[in-house]
Design a protein around this ligand. Structure first.
Ligand code: BGP
Length: 488
């Protein structure tokens, strides 16, 4: 292994934070916004990981129940942290952090409240225009996700989500609208957040309501084919509208290590890695890899493709690869013989060499270096870490501050490994830490799983002043940014 001590990041490295509309904005019924599928998504209970698949089942009754949910210790994401009204002061605070990039998403349901409306909602368009304009004034590069776990609910209830091919056209219209409107404000676009979520959480990623007796994986792969096409067409449009636009795909990267050096475990890990990377393969290479095709054959899955689809995927590939990285995973030929642990999107095998977060997510900074090198040698495309962070229960001390040295340690170790990867020759565009300010957790629908450098006064029942207070990690990240990573 190279021994030299890398000290710096590229000159134009994008230092930032990331949030998503569905977990931060709130105001779910204001500004002409329609109800989105995220506004009614049932929570995931952290104590029930063994039955995750079961918990993510939703039916029409479940949706109604989730809409009615309140005061259950799980605060529905639709109330967010009022970013919709507080974005100006939030951006002021974030600019004091010194960030040069801010990742957020556009809520599709703010632009097309029902998804299939003839005309966009001007109030929604104007909201993001003000937001992106202010970011530019502050010298902060907006990094914008077109769909972050969010789509107009009508597209779920009337069309059945992404399984319906008509969604491609509806998404194209939405994408065209925002790409054109924000042409001069936004350069970096991501199409679908963690596109692999459609396979593991079909409702969240694909708007698919699971039904007894139906093959969910068949439905999810069909939905994914439509999302890949929509992503490719949005990429084409972005480049037409602005030849300087940079479009990336976004994957929840799950780097799998073999449980042992037994060839069976090694092959199991390779299989899992190929099945994780097929999503980026489609975006980067414009084709499905052989491993996923073989899975379809083995499982009796038929993905309906129309003439011309292959060309669309091949001709409109992405400019960079972005991904979330929270943990690494372990594969084994006989997974049942090993202890399990929860993870992001899917559960996994326990790695005896790693510590885990309070939620069981296994912390692995060196895995980030491995992942970056692996991506780079596979694609030779610029990479962007658009989510990384530690979900933790924070306590406000008597001095009014959260002393989150554990969070500092998490980011420091990951950034050190990212810097190593840069020294290894990886082209890394930037790093947007997940959260920035505390928002509602995606998986638990709780405030108490916090990621931010800025504390938000709100509890799991939605009580609190919503006041924003920098944590100890704020000052640390500020110094890191100011020194371009030298003060890690
Ligand atoms: C990713 C999602 C985010 C985010 C993050 C942390 O999977 O893209 O939306 O929430 O994970 O997850 P959680 O909030 O469940 O801890």
């Amino acid at each position: 292994m190279p021994q030299s001590q890398p000290t710096t990041f590229p000159e134009d490295f994008l230092w930032g934070v990331a949030i998503a509309a569905n977990q931060a904005e709130g105001a779910f019924d204001q500004g002409g916004k329609g109800l989105s599928q995220a506004d009614v998504v049932p929570h995931r209970r952290p104590t029930d990981y063994a039955n995750l698949e079961h918990l993510m089942r939703v039916d029409e009754a479940g949706i109604a129940e989730a809409v009615a949910e309140k005061g259950t210790g799980r605060y529905p994401k639709r109330y967010g942290v009022d970013f919709y009204h507080r974005w100006e002061s939030d951006l002021e605070l974030l600019s004091q952090l010194g960030i040069t990039a801010f990742r957020t998403s556009i809520a599709w349901s703010r632009i097309f409240p029902n998804g299939d409306d003839e005309k966009p909602n001007e109030e929604g368009l104007a909201f993001y225009e003000r937001l992106f304009t202010r970011l530019r004034e502050l010298g902060i590069e907006p990094v914008v996700t077109l769909s972050h776990y969010e789509m107009p609910l009508n597209l779920v209830t009337t069309y059945g989500g992404w399984e319906d091919r008509r969604l491609i056209g509806l998404f194209e219209r939405y994408a065209d609208t925002v790409l054109t409107r924000y042409r001069d404000l936004v350069t970096y676009w991501l199409t679908f957040n963690e596109i692999n979520s459609t396979l593991f959480e079909p409702y969240t990623g694909g708007g698919i309501i699971e039904r007894e007796g139906e093959n969910t994986r068949q439905r999810a792969f069909q939905a994914l084919h439509h999302q890949f096409l929509a992503s490719a067409l949005a990429t084409r449009r972005a480049h037409e509208v602005n030849p300087g636009a940079k479009v990336g795909c976004m994957l929840a990267r799950m780097t799998f290590y073999p449980m042992s050096c037994s060839p069976d475990d090694v092959l199991a890990a390779q299989e899992d890695n190929e099945m994780n990377l097929f999503f980026t393969d489609v975006h980067v290479r414009g084709e499905y890899n052989g491993v996923v095709r073989r899975h379809w054959a083995d499982e009796g899955i038929t993905v309906v493709m129309e003439p011309g689809d292959a060309e669309i995927l091949r001709e409109h590939t992405v400019d960079f690869v972005s991904f979330s990285y929270y943990m690494s995973m372990v594969s084994a030929a006989n997974p049942d013989q090993h202890g399990g642990t929860p993870g992001n999107l899917m559960n996994g095998i326990k790695n005896p060499h790693l510590e885990a977060s309070e939620w069981g997510w296994q912390i692995d900074p060196k895995g980030l270096r491995y992942t970056l090198r692996d991506f780079w040698s596979r694609y030779r495309l610029p990479l962007f870490v658009v989510e990384n962070g530690l979900g933790a229960v924070d306590t406000v001390a008597e001095d009014g501050t959260v002393h989150d040295d554990y969070r500092i340690a998490y980011h420091r170790e990951h950034l050190k490994q990212a810097r190593e990867a840069v020294a290894d020759g990886v082209q890394l565009l930037g790093y947007t830490a997940w959260g920035g300010l505390d928002i509602i957790s995606f998986s638990t629908s709780q405030m108490s799983k916090r990621y931010g450098f800025i504390h938000v006064d709100q509890d799991d029942e939605g009580n609190g002043t919503l006041a924003r207070t920098p944590k100890q990690s704020f000052g640390w990240y500020q110094r890191v940014i100011a020194t371009n990573g030298a003060a890690l």
